[in-house]
Write a protein that binds this ligand. Structure first.
Ligand code: SF4
Length: 457
């Protein structure tokens, strides 16, 4: 804000609050990067003129959190206005209406963050020297066209960050019976390959050392593009281009994990040994009711294939507990499948009834049962995570130094350093335990003869 003498509207002060997944986080950083610094500044929530709330609707709690945050921000600044984007405003038309004339604009889960930033820039220009921002209630155009370049125009500014997200895909038409996301994000759209590779180069030049490929259903990347290129080939090419940095895949659905993808991950040393592949339920009847389209055995076979071809790979998963047709026996089946899989970690969630979905129209929900099952699943998940970490002790890994004394392995383990390291460095290290760590798993300190000294958190 220069000498601090400008009036509020010389530059609009914008605060961006993001709820939800990596796709939302990626969208928010693209929006921030495309605000014109001559017209708008990004700042904290205390004195913002415009609060951008990037919403999530995947659970009742996430939706409630978005509303609560929006109300709190408005209370802080009586003249402040809201700009909503993200999934909740797309999925539920009444969401933004509840905030009435405090809403400046609404863009949905399929809205290009570049377009949204452009709208905000124009609005800032038109309203410079205004004392109070007018309420426009205009709606930013939603992009649904396949491969529409406007959806993905440009990358976030990653200067100063060692890890960056790159959203290469948006939308989903799989229609799992519990999921509201297809309604919010629209059909699949892939970032064209040349654009992905251009952005990979740009992010490398900006100083990112780890790039996380993200999307709503990332495994179907390419299906809507001419020639239907595969995610496996894209990953291989992008990782080679990004070297010496590395690329990590975010969550990928089991039906998209095939031998070609695993072979690329095994052969290209610049791809992280990490596969997050949601199971959701380990009982075939429940999987069928969820419309997932695979059996528990098929999921297990993919886990085993990945482990057989990629030594020490961290396979992680998501499980929904308390799906309406999940009885005690079905939940026990899920626990058994997770136990057999020996995954590195499990994220357990309670089933959340989302209005408009097939499951919500067909069944109710029992939150007490769901909560108890999440508790049991997490206990099992903790045991498996401990076992995975223990299996890594004594192994060599590549660590990305995120802070002087903290880093992350390619196998998605947080590590700490006994000596200060340089953020942004990619270092080959051995993993050890320390005897003086309070966690019993870190109880045995081992000083080894090459630096850096590590302790697993
Ligand atoms: S694959 Fe299923 S769970 Fe994932 S976004 Fe699509 S509908 Fe939702």
């Amino acid at each position: 804000m220069g000498d601090g003498k400008e009036t509020v509207m010389d530059k609009i002060k914008v605060y961006v609050h993001t709820v939800g997944c990596r796709a939302n986080q990626a969208d928010s950083s693209v929006l921030e990067a495309h605000l014109d610094p001559a017209l708008a500044t990004i700042g904290g929530e205390d004195d913002a003129d415009v609060f951008v709330v990037n919403t999530c609707c995947v659970t009742t709690e996430a939706e409630r959190d978005c509303k609560k945050t929006a109300r709190r921000l408005l209370r802080q600044n009586p003249n402040g206005k809201l700009l909503f984007t993200g999934c909740a405003v797309s999925a539920f038309s009444e969401f933004a209406k509840a905030f009435d004339d405090r809403v400046l604009s609404v863009g949905g889960g399929a809205t290009s963050p570049v377009e949204l930033a452009g709208w905000l820039n124009r609005f800032a220009k038109e309203n410079s020297n205004t004392e109070v921002l007018p309420s426009t209630k205009s709606r930013v155009y939603d992009y649904f066209a396949s491969g529409d370049a406007a959806v993905f125009q440009s990358v976030a500014n990653v200067q100063g960050r060692t890890r960056a997200l790159l959203k290469i895909q948006n939308g989903c038409t799989h229609n799992c019976s519990y999921c509201i996301v297809p309604k919010a994000r629209g059909p699949e759209q892939s970032m064209p390959k040349e654009m992905v590779l251009r952005q990979v180069t740009a992010m490398k030049e900006s100083g990112a050392r780890e790039l996380v490929f993200t999307g709503v259903q990332i495994g179907v990347w390419g299906k809507d593009l001419p020639g239907q290129p595969s995610i496996a080939n894209l990953l291989d090419e992008a990782a080679t281009l990004f070297a010496p940095g590395r690329i990590r895949l975010s969550s990928i659905e089991p039906w998209s994990v095939d031998e070609a993808l695993i072979d690329v991950m095994a052969a290209n040393g610049r791809i992280c040994r990490h596969l997050h592949m949601p199971l959701q339920a380990g009982d075939d009847r429940v999987l069928d009711d969820m419309c997932r389209g695979y059996t528990a055995t098929e999921w297990l076979q993919k886990v085993q294939m990945a482990k057989a071809k990629i030594p020490q790979i961290a396979v992680g998963t998501d499980v929904i507990c308390g799906f309406p047709t999940e009885d005690d026996g079905a939940f026990e089946n899920t626990l058994k499948v997770i136990e057999i899989s020996k995954v590195a970690y499990v994220h357990g969630f309670s089933y959340s009834r989302r209005p408009g979905t097939i499951a919500a129209k067909t069944w109710g929900e029992n939150r007490t049962i769901a909560k108890e099952r999440v508790r049991r699943l997490r206990l099992l998940g903790d045991t498996l995570h401990d076992a995975y970490r223990a299996s890594m002790v004594g192994n060599t890994c590549e660590v990305l130094v995120e802070e002087a004394r903290r880093g992350i392995t390619d196998t998605f383990l947080q590590v700490s350093f006994q000596q200060a390291m340089t953020p942004g460095d990619l270092v080959d290290v051995e993993l050890y335990r320390r005897v003086d760590a309070p966690d019993s798993l870190c109880a045995k300190a081992i000083q080894y003869d090459k630096s850096p000294f590590l302790e697993r958190i």
